[in-house]
Design a protein around this ligand. Sequence first.
Ligand SMILES: Cc1cc2nc3c(=O)[nH]c(=O)nc-3n(C[C@H](O)[C@H](O)[C@H](O)COP(=O)(O)OP(=O)(O)OC[C@H]3O[C@@H](n4cnc5c(N)ncnc54)[C@H](O)[C@@H]3O)c2cc1C
Length: 338
Amino acid sequence: MPTAISELTTMRVGGPAREFAVAASSDELVALVQDADASGTPVLLVGGGSNLVVGDDGFDGLVVKVETSGMRIDGESLWVAAGTPWDSVVAASLDEGLAGLEALSGIPGLSGATPVQNVGAYGTVTSDVLASLSVYDRETGERATWTPDRCGFGLHRQSVFKHSSRYVILDTTMKLRRSESSDPVRYAGLADRLGVSIGDTVAAKEVREAVLDLRGQKGMVLDAEDHDTWSVGSFFLNPVMTTVPAKAARAPQYPDPSGIKVHAAWLIQNAGFAHGYGREFGAGTVSLSTKHVLAVTNRGGARTADVMAFASHIRDGVEAEFGITLVPECDLVGCSLN
Ligand SMILES: Cc1cc2nc3c(=O)[nH]c(=O)nc-3n(C[C@H](O)[C@H](O)[C@H](O)COP(=O)(O)OP(=O)(O)OC[C@H]3O[C@@H](n4cnc5c(N)ncnc54)[C@H](O)[C@@H]3O)c2cc1C
């Protein structure tokens, strides 16, 4: 019985993997990829499957589930193998008296995938704390240790790893601070929740609790019982443009290195798609989250085709209303919007 990719992803869609393997160590991970490359077999790496949507036909190649483990703390430096669940890294760092990751609490997935889209939340992004990472380069066949300047971070959710299968991230090292105090709070909603001002610091563990609470309210912490979390988190990127169309002038906007970033959730809501929208759509297997309009969710029994049709419908509605085309944030493999 081939492994169903739907069992490996948080959206719980995706057909079978032609071949499937689990990598329990970095050497095993590299060997699996090397052998597949030598035989011309396509490879798909899967971590927590929380940013990945695979087509109903599955993957015609080798799916490798990254399950490498290990974490080491040396002074203010934290080394972690790619297969370690990200939130366990955050929790362990705080328990060890290291601050810096608290705002990134509760993000699903594995630590090896956090640099892929320079994961971020509540004012912190991975590149703020990343000191180095080890990669296996499938083109040169070599392993190397990179500093962040090689990773192509900069634009929103971008890196040299995103939408590329050239590099396998084996481990990451983060530079943290030995302190019980958080980094300065950078996000208004978090500052409100903590009852402090932007720029203030509080106990780092208090920030973690507040972030987990805020994320939970938005369905942004995985919970198998809650279909609002059967998602990839934010399905669409916040669009960046040089001129904001007049109709979208009231949307929250933020400066971005390449223009103005516009709040995608506002666009979706103001194009007429409310929380939970979609129950009447298609077979009723997909809808927007009842807690957060940026999350496209599987209500049970969805196929990838349903997700693609529904996400296309949302994109088209926003485009018709504002002339702005939303683009998926997650990785689509063997599927695309219509
Ligand atoms: C409820 C929910 C909330 C979320 N909230 C946030 C948020 O606040 N901020 C945010 O930025 N993201 C968020 N996400 C998205 C997601 O959690 C992150 O992108 C996460 O880092 C993905 O990790 P993963 O291990 O699940 O990656 P996967 O989904 O397994 O993989 C994602 C991509 O990375 C590749 N990949 C995986 N491992 C490696 C590796 N070791 N080397 C090279 N490539 C690799 C895969 O092939 C795939 O292309 C959320 C998702 C969900 C479901």
